[in-house]
Design a binder for this molecule. Structure first.
Ligand SMILES: Cc1ncc(COP(=O)(O)O)c(C=O)c1O
Length: 470
């Protein structure tokens, strides 16, 4: 769906009343869940005694309790009571072959027979996997593994600073790049500033400049303003889909304009491909949008969720600024990490990409996403709702109350956003109770194993949800 159409539909949603699934219906859903999941509910109580906050993940559905998963296979996961769920969170996008995909598992086990992750020295899978990445992503001349997307983003901005000898980084409002202190500004909600950044001294992000999505003029003003050595802009860091996997739409030529401005002002362009890498196609967002970044950051699908999943790659001259042994007086970016590029991580990368090629994973996942979007739009239309669904390859957005549709530079909108958020959270819980796992109740990732029948189950559950919304 094009930017203009999304904007128009979002405007209608913004102007429509926020309708929550009523409290009494939610109470019934929570009661049914508790009856259906006695052991799982108990596990949630136990978990809270050991894990701070009861879960280690932002995107788990928390209402009425966080599921403890006992088994996963294909598109399915089972809780401790053996209730089955169809998963459209897919490990926050890290999974496209399907859970516990036997061919991938078997190849990793073969590697594990000979090598454990703790060898510390080089292993042949680093060469094999990086060769495979280079085949699909030509901007990668050299690469290094890191231990998560967060760590890789952190390394990328450090390398860029060392190379350019400039300190500032430009990021975009609402973009999430992991939890590194310097990037914890305007993380999810545009214009939320340091709202989510407790525990980080403000000095830590004083060199992070935030520019609104799609605002090429303001981007140029910032680049023009900060050009000096040291105080200037080293790099523009962008999630090619803007923010929240494309939750806020971006204009067609937005990335092209960013590339042109980076060239004009001699600033590096870093693509954060933690979500888009290998999900928008084997060549990631850079092939999809035909824009060549100087550095790229990968995570998640890089290893199909096998630990440790993170990498930075790109131009040889820039990547060569990484040093493992610090030279006194040198200009090198120091990086470290005991488990980086270990044999299991590197083999998981190689085999994930190889199996994705062999199984045409993108094509299948995209077809499934398109089927789901078509069916969702049909039921929204049949029910006379202003809601709409759209997809970018295997990333599905279904907008109902769209908390991100607001401009938070107007503080009055914070309360409205929270109410919209609650409306969407209730949808997430109502779907979960029917065995459907989504991302936040308004997003999903498909894998190559999601079938038409899976989608029909989703639609049936959503039709029930529509009946509950006044
Ligand atoms: C675009 C983007 N960058 C970075 C990260 C951080 O990756 P990780 O969770 O592996 O630290 C995420 C995680 O969701 C992400 O979506």
């Amino acid at each position: 769906m094009e930017f203009e159409e999304i904007q128009e539909k979002m405007k209608i949603i913004r102007e429509s009343p926020i309708k929550l699934i009523p409290d009494e219906k939610m109470a019934k859903i929570r009661k049914n869940m508790a009856e259906k999941c006695p052991i799982t509910k108990k596990m949630d109580e136990e978990m809270r005694k050991h894990v701070a906050g009861g879960t280690e993940h932002q995107l788990t559905i928390k209402d009425p309790f966080v599921l403890t998963i006992k088994r996963s296979s294909g598109t399915r996961m089972w809780d401790m009571d053996n209730n089955e769920y169809i998963d459209w969170l897919m490990s926050s996008g890290a999974c496209i072959l399907g859970h516990n995909f036997p061919p991938l598992k078997e190849e990793i086990i073969k590697v594990y027979h000979d090598l454990d992750p703790n060898i510390y020295y080089n292993n042949e899978w680093e060469i094999k996997s990086i060769e495979m990445i280079k085949k699909h992503v030509p901007s990668i001349e050299l690469m290094q593994y890191f231990q998560s997307g967060t760590e890789a983003d952190m390394a990328a901005i450090r390398i860029a600073r060392a190379f350019t000898e400039k300190e500032k980084i430009i990021k975009f409002a609402g973009s999430y790049h992991g939890w590194c202190g310097q990037l914890c500004v305007d993380m999810h909600v545009p214009f939320s500033g340091a709202m989510e950044a407790h525990g980080i001294p403000s000095g830590v992000y004083k060199n992070t400049i935030v520019v609104p999505l799609n605002d090429v003029k303001l981007l140029e003003e910032s680049l023009k303003k900060w050009t000096e050595k040291r105080s200037g802009v080293a790099a523009v860091l962008v999630d090619p889909l803007g923010s929240d996997a494309g939750g806020i739409a971006t204009k067609k030529d937005w990335l092209k304009s960013i590339r042109e401005l980076c060239d004009k002002y001699n600033v590096l362009l870093i693509f954060d491909e933690v979500i888009t890498g290998f999900r928008l196609g084997m060549g990631g967002a850079q092939k999809y949008f035909n824009i060549k970044p100087d550095l790229s950051v990968f995570g998640k699908l890089l290893t199909h969720g096998f630990p440790s999943s993170g990498a930075v790659g790109g131009r040889k001259d820039v990547m060569n600024n990484i040093t493992i042994d610090v030279e006194p007086g040198g200009n090198n970016a120091f990086v470290g990490g005991t488990l980086r590029g270990n044999p299991l991580t590197a083999a998981a990368t190689y085999w994930t990409l190889k199996l994705m090629e062999e199984h045409k994973a993108h094509k299948k996942a995209k077809e499934s996403a398109e089927d789901l979007v078509k069916k969702l739009n049909q039921i929204f239309e049949n029910d006379g709702r202003p809601y709409f669904a759209h997809n970018i390859e295997s990333i599905v957005h279904f907008e109902t109350f769209s908390p991100l549709a607001l401009d938070l530079s107007d503080l009055n909108n914070i309360e409205i956003m929270l109410k919209r958020n609650e409306a969407v959270n209730r949808i997430a819980t109502a779907l979960l109770a029917q065995g459907i796992i989504t991302k936040y109740g308004n997003r999903g990732f498909t894998c190559m194993q999601h079938t038409i029948e899976d989608n029909d189950r989703f639609i049936e559950a959503f039709e029930n949800v529509l009946q509950m919304i006044p």
